[in-house]
Write a protein that binds this ligand. Structure first.
Ligand code: ADP
Ligand code: PMV
Length: 411
């Protein structure tokens, strides 16, 4: 009797503390995982006589549809029994070529393509890309699937919903691959996480073009991640739980556009922009060191460290504003935070999205409440949260018995 598997994984969103934009110019950056998470459940379904299907439910992007898995396999899978190669070497995938094939398949199998918006299209492309990337040179996918994704993260606001989504997709599919090839581990090990992050990075290229990789690394590893492009992420051995207010400016923005805006500014002001990027890199390095000191059990001077961190947050924001990636709403949020004596900066690409306010432990709750009331009165949404929780987690594996009609008949 064969088994049908259910796999449930979750992954956090992220907040870039220091190094947005400058990370793309090879500067050190620091990001932390958020308490808000994406959750993905993938279920293998009992065989039916209608052929193999994938039932997709992505409520965060208002998408519900059923795709023919047989068609996907016909168009994107290459028949082979070799399951030990591509899924273990995501970096060897020819991204452009694979995405081209995915897009051709997408055009052919989605009937209501004209009714999908760009967000839904992106989610489906990511799904097809990873599904066929991981299973594409195996014969392992032999059941219909149902895949449901939910998230507490706002989609498209700079808190890493796309990376969190991509990490969940790759984590669940890698786990399913392992289960179906006989490996039954109950949690992700370091090797799994390296693979998950690398597949999620490939997927982030679909959404962002040339991402630095900081988002997928943070959503995979959690806690605080120090990051430099092209290098292994620096995983913090320390546990700092920074308290922040996450303030939604409600202004939508597109990362790609803001990255292009900075690149354009740099074309005409190379040395000045390079110096700003250098300064952002120094800030990120200093902030990482301070957070390391703050986490030490015998930390004596926590108040002075928080003051220093606040200084760095404020400087970092002003440097980003000088690159043209702030927004009047972000400036208003910052002005209100400063009136309350608190440091505030934009996070992520800027141009809208979120601002973050640092709440040191010595700050009175009445101050936080007053700040919150004013911001909410101005129409912003405020979440009081902590940075630095778990990265990707394997939450649940269920193995059910498959009622195989052919097996029954033969008995
Ligand atoms: N929960 C989700 N379900 C389906 N797709 C998602 C989900 N979260 C994010 N996405 C995909 O990620 C994209 C958002 O990426 P992006 O604009 O970079 O936002 P963020 O800054 O939040 O990562 C969306 O266009 C969507 O395709
Ligand atoms: C501007 C950038 O440094 C950060 C983008 O952040 P977000 O995904 O918009 O939160 C781009 C990147 O690191 O890929």
């Amino acid at each position: 009797m064969t088994s049908l598997y259910d796999v449930r994984v979750t992954a956090p969103g992220k907040v870039i503390l220091h190094g947005e934009h400058s990370v793309l110019y090879n500067q050190f950056a620091v990001a932390g995982s958020l308490g808000l998470r994406t959750s993905l459940l993938i279920r293998e379904l009992q065989p039916s006589s209608f052929g193999l299907t994938v039932n997709i439910e992505f409520p965060c992007v208002q998408l519900k549809c059923i795709l023919s898995l047989d068609e996907i396999k016909n168009r994107l899978f290459e028949s082979s029994n070799d399951c030990q190669t591509l899924w273990r070497t995501p970096e060897s995938l020819d991204h452009e070529n694979h995405l081209y094939k995915v897009d051709n398949c997408f055009q052919s199998i989605i009937c209501n393509i004209g009714q999908l918006n760009s967000v839904q299209t992106n989610s489906l492309r990511c799904f097809l890309y990873i599904l066929s990337g991981i299973f594409g040179n195996t014969n392992i996918l032999d059941r219909s699937l149902k895949i449901s994704v939910n998230s507490n993260l706002t989609v498209g606001a700079g808190t890493g919903s796309s990376a969190s989504f991509a990490v969940c997709l790759s984590a669940a599919l890698i786990q399913l691959m392992k289960l179906k090839s006989g490996t039954k581990a109950k949690e992700f090990n370091d090797e799994d996480k390296t693979l998950i992050s690398a597949w999620a990075y490939n997927c982030e290229k679909i959404t962002h073009g040339t991402p630095s990789g900081i988002d997928n690394a943070t959503c995979t590893y959690g806690s605080l991640v120090g990051f430099k492009k092209g290098e292994e992420p620096k995983l913090s051995t320390f546990q700092t739980k920074l308290r922040i207010l996450l303030v939604d400016s409600k202004v939508s923005r597109e990362t790609k556009m803001l990255v292009a805006k900075v690149a354009f500014l740099r074309l005409h002001n190379r040395l000045a922009v390079n110096s700003i990027m250098d300064a952002c890199g120094h800030i990120a390095t200093s902030a990482y060191e301070i957070m390391e000191k703050l986490s030490a059990k015998d930390c004596q001077d926590s108040e002075a460290h928080y003051n220093h961190l606040s200084e760095l947050w404020n400087m970092n924001h002003c440097l980003l504003a000088s690159l043209g990636v702030s927004h009047p709403s972000l400036e208003e949020i910052r002005a209100v935070a400063m009136m309350h004596g608190l440091a505030c900066k934009l996070t992520g690409a800027g141009g809208g999205g979120y601002a973050i306010v640092l709440i040191p432990p010595t700050v009175e709750q009445t101050t936080v409440d007053a700040l919150r009331r004013i911001l909410e009165g101005k129409g912003y949404t405020v979440k009081d949260t902590q940075l630095g929780g778990h990265g990707v987690l394997l939450e649940e594996i269920i193995s059910r018995k498959c009622e195989n009609k052919d097996e029954k008949k033969n008995k």
